[in-house]
Structure formats: C-alpha cells, structure tokens
Design a protein around this ligand. Structure first.
Ligand code: ATP
Length: 279
C-alpha cells in the first residue's frame, strides 16, 4: 500500500481553482517534496491530505483512509508541522512536548525529542522566550513526538540558522531511515535536493513535473556546459550532450585540465524554467 494516493484532487475558493486536478502517489518510506511558487496550491493540497480542509473533488487516500472521514486512530498515525503553528507560549518546552506526547498511544520520550531537535539547553525555558527559529524547532518536536508513520512538514526550516538546518536535515534522514514517510513542502531548493527521494513542482494548482532531484524536468539529459582554457590560455566554452568525447579531445591536445569545469542546470534553473513555462 502507498502512503498517499491522490487522483483528480480539486479545491475551489470563490469560484477560483486553488487545486485544479492533482494526481500524486507517495510510497511508504519515501521523502517526497512539493515545490512551487507562493499561491500554487501546496498548502491547500497538504491540508486536504491532513484532513484539515475539505476537497471539492477527486479521490484521496492517506495511509489507506480518506482524510475527510478518518478518525482519531488514523490521526495518531500522522504528524504535522504546520506553516503557522500556534504555540502555548506560557508552557516550557518540556511541558509542551510532554503535553502533546500524552495524546499519542506510542509517543517518543519528550526528552529524546527535545534532544533530537537540539533544544536540550532550552528544555525548561518558556516557549515565549525562544527565538523564532527555536520556536520552529518546538513545532518540529511536536510533529514527531507521536512517532508518526507519515510526517507532513510545511516549510519546516523557515527561520533556522544554517547549522540548525543541517541538524534538521540529519533528523529527517534519521526518521526516514526508521521508515517514516515524509511529505515536505519547501521553498529551499537546496533542502529539497538534499532530502527528497522524489519531488513534484506545483504551479497554478497543477503538478507540472515530477521526478527525482537529478532527473526533474529532463535535468539529467540536459546539455552540459564545458569551460576550459585552451593551450594558448584563451577561455573556451561548449555545450555538449556527452562531455566524454570533448574531454578526450582536450586531453589529446594537452589542455590544462585544472582549468576545466563541467556544469549542468541546477535544480533551481530547472525549477525556474518549469514554473516560468506556466506564466
Ligand atoms: P505558499 O508557498 O505561499 O505557502 P501555497 O502553494 O501553499 O503558497 P495555497 O496556500 O495552497 O498556496 O493557496 C493557493 C491559492 O488558494 C491561493 O491563490 C490562495 O490565495 C488561495 N487560498 C488559500 N486558502 C484560501 C482560503 N481559506 N480562502 C480563499 N482563498 C484561499
């Protein structure tokens, strides 16, 4: 059974399509990332999958159930880190995590979760005294404390400093290694590239491309740009399908290969051209 199966998902606000026919399959144990510009329909899609919004059309199965009708037992199997989480600011980090752990049948130990998100030093601090990035880590702790089979992360690392982001990436890999399925919405393409097994680009309520980070939008088969300095020291650049033949020629010419670079479109280049095509 797949973790998430969506066909023909639609959601309309005031006669305007926010989600206009999304088809999506996320396998168990996969880290799947949704990318797309502001207003593309990512949060609407994810909130329907979480059972927080009603759909206007299409079929949705999450862990084998319809989120529109699934009950508490299903809810305890998913974890959610919302984009704008509310926080009970007068509780300490430990009190809050312990409180939420109490809702789940097989919760992780609060201190273990606090350690996982790197907040041990703030364990007894009131949440309202934390920085924005530290509060976001509390949100992540609350999302994982119930030991979810499926974790929804909506822009989880907004406000994280670079080191905290790297720690968070390690945490996500650890969770995935333990079999947790993860649906990650992010605007950070490096984050999607670092974490996702597969990703989908959403634009204007539709999925415009799906693939692995390496193959999305034909990225793997895109031409390589090879630059070097020739034997006279003049900069040269060629676009080629397969750099091997060109490299053979350069070697034979006695070109100084320390000047050589081979680049392909970055995930960002591919993403921008995919969403540009829909405008
Ligand atoms: P972002 O990257 O900014 O979070 P998103 O891809 O998550 O964007 P959504 O929040 O799903 O986008 O919004 C999709 C569209 O639906 C937008 O045009 C938005 O204005 C509209 N929309 C979302 N929620 C509502 C609502 N409750 N009422 C009316 N329109 C809404």
């Amino acid at each position: 059974m797949e973790a998430i199966e969506v066909t023909g998902l639609r959601k309309t606000y005031g006669g305007r399509d926010a989600v206009a026919g999304v088809d999506l399959v996320v396998a168990r144990g996969e880290i799947f990332s949704l990318l797309g510009p502001n207003g593309a329909g990512k949060t609407t899609t994810v909130e329907i999958l979480e059972g927080h919004r009603r759909r206007d059309g299409g079929d949705v199965r999450v862990l084998g159930e319809d989120p529109g009708t699934a009950g508490g037992a299903w809810r305890s199997r998913i974890g959610i880190v919302l984009q704008d989480a509310e926080d009970a600011a007068d509780l300490t980090v430990h009190e809050m995590v312990r409180h939420v752990a109490g809702f789940y049948p097989d919760a992780r130990k609060p201190d273990e979760v606090i350690e996982l998100v790197g907040l041990t030093a703030k364990r007894t601090s009131k949440i309202r005294t934390l920085s924005g990035g530290q509060r976001r880590r509390v949100d992540v702790a609350l999302g994982i404390v119930g030991r979810p089979e499926l974790l929804f992360l909506d822009e989880p690392t907004t406000g994280f400093d670079p080191e905290a982001r790297r720690r968070f990436w390690d945490l996500i890999r650890t969770l995935a290694g333990d079999g947790t399925t993860i649906l990650l919405t992010t605007h950070y393409l490096d984050e999607a590239e670092a974490l996702a097994d597969r990703l989908a680009v959403v634009a204007a309520g539709k999925i415009v491309a799906t693939g692995t980070p390496a193959t999305l939008g034909g990225r793997a088969s895109a031409q390589a740009v090879v630059s070097w300095r020739d034997t006279g020291g003049t900069p040269r650049t060629e676009r080629v399908d397969d750099p091997a033949e060109l490299l053979g020629r350069l070697l034979a010419d006695g070109t100084d290969l320390t000047t050589l670079t081979v680049t392909r479109p970055t995930l960002e280049d591919t993403y921008l051209s995919l969403i540009g095509a829909t405008r």
